[in-house]
Design a protein around this ligand. Structure first.
Ligand SMILES: Cc1ncc(COP(=O)(O)O)c(C=O)c1O
Length: 276
């Protein structure tokens, strides 16, 4: 990217356009599903079941993955059914997903043996994907991102929700490289513990080459403010790229703000992963 604000700070910035992987299973959705689909197939599963809110991109992507890779899919949705279905759930149903609804109290207990047994009673045998899709196979997929990059870089950045993408990305980096995650949630300082936990579970150790910035959530998950909207509009005008306001815009705003504050040493080459 060529941008005066970065040039002034002596930085180079490359974008890794993971959003272009596929319109149906973009960015980190594909990274997270890839090895899960392989494992599900190897274990002889025919059904994928997962959880999400009514606007969940993970639900939508799981429906698409089932459609394209030959699995039946079940989406367990938080809250009550609202008809007509919103565009995300409408897409999921058109791609063959069966929907089930759990009230908020039951949804909180969704991974408990009782709720899982109830779901098996209703839907039979299934391969379970966690809400948001972050599990060891998902991290393996995210760890592949750096191997596709053929320019030298010092720092890889990504947005953080559950922290699974950061945990995998950091694991895939080479010696001397670091990862910075930008939290899109408010007051989620426990996120670092989550990322460490994901790495321990998937790889047996915490890589220690990552950190998280907490100052760019703009009020919390799926919250926005005029400054963010203005940034997105300017960015689109200058760089012909429309940033996703829930995730990648908050990361990119954070990168530019930190650059202007002199946070990155001059001559740092930054790689920003456009995760979707
Ligand atoms: C486009 C996009 N970027 C980043 C993330 C955050 O990923 P993670 O939950 O692994 O931190 C998500 C989460 O679903 C996403 O949809």
């Amino acid at each position: 990217m060529s941008d005066d604000r970065l040039t002034r700070a002596g930085l180079r910035l490359f974008l890794k356009r993971d959003d272009l992987i596929s319109p149906d299973i973009p960015g980190n959705k594909w990274r997270k599903l890839k090895y899960n689909l392989e494992t599900a197939k190897k274990q002889g599963h025919q059904v994928l079941l997962t959880f999400g809110g009514a606007y969940s991109n993970h639900i939508r992507a799981t429906a698409a993955a089932g459609y394209y890779f030959g699995f039946a899919t079940v989406g367990v949705i938080r809250g009550e059914e609202h008809l007509p279905l919103n565009p995300s759930l409408g897409y999921a149903v058109r791609h063959g997903m069966r929907l089930a609804y759990l009230d908020r109290a039951a949804y909180r207990e969704k991974m408990s043996p009782e709720v899982i047994a109830m779901l098996h009673g209703r839907f039979g045998k299934f391969y379970l994907l966690p809400e948001g899709g972050s599990n060891p196979d998902a991290l393996r997929g995210c760890a592949e991102i750096p191997f596709e990059i053929d320019c030298r870089f010092d720092l890889a950045c990504c947005p953080c929700g559950t922290g699974g993408t950061l945990a995998g990305l950091a694991r895939g980096l080479g010696p001397g490289q670091r990862a910075v995650g930008f939290s899109v949630l408010r007051g989620e300082e426990f996120l670092a513990r989550e990322v460490a936990g994901f790495q321990r579970e998937a790889f047996g150790a915490v890589s220690g080459n990552w950190s998280i910035e907490y100052g760019f959530h703009f009020g919390g998950f799926a919250k926005r403010k005029p400054a963010l909207d203005q940034f997105i509009a300017d960015f689109e005008k200058q760089h012909a790229l429309s940033l996703n306001w829930v995730y990648t815009a908050k990361m990119m705003y954070g990168i530019f703000a930190l650059a202007e504050q002199g946070f990155f040493p001059a001559r740092t080459t930054i790689l920003a992963v456009i995760t979707g």
